[in-house]
Design a protein around this ligand. Sequence first.
Ligand code: MN3
Length: 203
Amino acid sequence: MPYEVPPLPYDYAALEPYIDAETMKLHHDKHHQAYVNNLNAAIEKHPDLGKHTAEDLLRNLNSVPEDIRTTVRNNGGGHANHTMFWTIMQKGGGGEPTGKIAAQIRKDFGDFAAFTKQFNETTAKQFGSGWGWVVWDNGKLTIVTTANQDSPLSQGKYPILGNDVWEHAYYLKYQNRRPDYLTAWWNTVNWNEINKRFEHAQK
Ligand code: MN3
């Protein structure tokens, strides 16, 4: 099988109390696995595509054969988005940003509080399932949302960080209180990893 769910880089309870262990277990072991299973099943029809990363498929969705394009968009997106998501969180994460991303946030948003406020407000308003993103777009950090599992990569934008606002990401602990989840989530972020993504985006 060309695509696999990467192991979580910490245990299920590592992000407590902000994200509960049960949510992490279902989210990683069931939801992410389902995207990978669906992606692998689609690629069986065009095995040559399996040599590409999910990110590359999403960057070039129009080159993906039409009979599997929607499946790749949804499930390749689900795979790439979640693979990023696990790595940009850590036990004992959060706090003020560090490194080069801290300077870029000050440049583009003024300060960290203004940045998180804009991210949380924008992402809270995403109707239905989707993601909130900070993307690198034309030399600037920009906050956007996408529906479903759509990746900013398909719009030529590199995702520096993203938060999952499908109900499966937060409903067990936060029920309908998406804004509370969004606020709490910043206590999990891994600024070292986000800085690595920022460096990669600039290449
Ligand atoms: Mn999810």
